[in-house]
Design a protein around this ligand. Structure first.
Ligand code: FAD
Ligand code: UDP
Length: 366
């Protein structure tokens, strides 16, 4: 008999939702977390009145009514509509690409006029089916938007030329012929009033949580503590890199407190030229309209991932997908280990997708 029914490796959103579901069924749950805090990448830290998103801006958005209702049980959400601004060498444009963007760029007023400009610029493709990100972008929004708002940002973000990147990266960016600056198409959107850390702490109520604890450093000991293991760390590390390391992009965050009340007037500003070394500046107070005389901003610098860095974005190119498929054959043979979350599944997931996955996976447990 083990002391716990479940050992959860990683106190991120996936591990915490899974833990909650098991606790509600009367199971005993132990959570081990490598970092010194819970919440994984959605971790927020309260400074004065401001919730600082320590691992990048996080806006909860979903069209899944069940997921939305689920998270409301653990936090009060404030309405927030993400309306980021693109700054191209000092020229200001609305995102995502919509009638406000087109009007500013081309002086057009109606959808039909914007469509005609894009149609004209699309001729650069000479009827080719888009085979890479550059061609996909031109096919979606034409050459002007590609040059000013996509090329520089994307090449900084991914460290490669748009010609060499897969088209799917930008397929999820909305293009609209309405005057609508909402970055997301989802039905529900908001941010937790008291921050994501408080939400996760509520999810974990009733579980035993060990922080600063790396499961892989003493695996045999932790394995002996529970009947079933839910692993939400990197899958290649779980198998001691048997088929090689999976590649990621990482981010470096530079945080600064400024003695001004309002620095950039918006929560997220993207710098879409190639020369500015960061991709975006987050001004945290705007998420919750925090009343504070000072402000806190974070510059986000993308970088090549090296072992030891935080793995933020899975690369999901052909080489890495094949490598992950090899790991998957091993994962499927595990009798008492489940793999979850963005690192366990080597997939970029938004928060609502992680909640959905954890709820569905937990429902499969008997
Ligand atoms: P994680 O949060 O990474 O949790 C895994 C945990 O496991 C970590 O805490 C890690 O320390 C721990 N761990 C790993 N290995 C071990 C080990 N050996 N022992 C113990 N613990 C271990 N989603 C949205 O919906 N909206 C957004 O606006 C949004 N913005 C984002 C911005 C950025 C910059 C990034 C990178 C992501 C963003 N996301 C957003 C996605 C969101 O961050 C993820 O959906 C979510 O954090 C995934 O949760 P997880 O539990 O799968 O992973
Ligand atoms: N993108 C862009 N310009 C922008 C914002 C996004 O070209 O101003 C592209 C870029 O390639 C990025 C992708 O669209 O990787 C997806 O953007 P999203 O905002 O969803 O990325 P995330 O917030 O996950 O980093």
């Amino acid at each position: 008999m083990s002391a716990y029914d479940y050992l959860i490796v990683g106190a991120g959103l996936y591990g915490s939702v899974f833990a909650r579901q098991m606790l509600d069924r009367g199971k005993k749950v132990l959570v081990v977390e490598k970092r010194g805090h819970v919440a994984g990448n959605i971790y927020t830290e309260r400074v004065g009145e401001i919730d600082v998103h320590k691992y990048g801006a996080h806006i909860f958005h979903t069209s899944d009514a069940e997921v939305w209702a689920y998270v409301q049980q653990f936090a009060h959400f404030l309405p927030f509509i993400n309306q980021p601004i693109a700054n191209y060498k000092g020229e200001i444009y609305n995102l995502p690409f919509n009638m406000n963007t087109f009007a500013r760029l081309w002086g057009v007023a109606r959808p039909e006029q914007a469509q005609a400009v894009i149609e004209e610029q699309r001729r650069a493709l000479a009827g080719k089916t888009p085979a890479n990100l550059e061609e996909q972008a031109i096919s979606l929004v034409g050459t002007d938007i590609y040059e000013k708002l996509i090329k520089g940002y994307t090449e900084k973000q991914w460290g490669a030329e748009c010609k060499d990147l897969p088209a799917f990266i930008i397929r999820r960016l909305p293009v609209r012929f309405t005057y609508d600056n909402n970055y997301f198409n989802d039905l529900y959107q908001g941010v937790p009033e008291e921050g994501y850390t408080a939400l996760v702490e509520r999810l974990l109520e009733g579980a035993d949580v060990r922080l600063d604890t790396d499961y892989l450093a003493d695996r045999a000991y932790w394995d002996a503590q529970a009947d079933t293991i839910v692993y939400t760390g990197p899958v290649d590390a779980f198998y001691e890199f048997r088929y090689g390391a999976l590649d990621y992009r990482t981010l470096r965050f530079e945080e600064e407190t400024l003695l001004v009340e309002n620095y950039q007037g918006v929560a997220v500003m993207n710098f879409t030229d190639r020369e500015t070394p960061y991709t975006r500046i987050i001004e945290h107070k705007h998420f919750t309209k925090a009343a504070d005389a000072e402000t806190i901003i974070t510059r986000e610098y993308p970088a090549a991932w090296q072992p030891g860095d935080e793995p933020f974005y899975p690369l999901n190119d052909e080489k890495n997908c094949e490598r992950f498929a090899q790991y998957e054959t091993l994962m499927q043979q595990e009798a008492r280990v489940r793999f979850g979350g963005r690192l366990g599944r080597y997939r970029y997931y938004d928060m609502h997708q992680v909640v959905r996955l954890a709820l569905d996976d937990a429902a499969k447990e008997c």
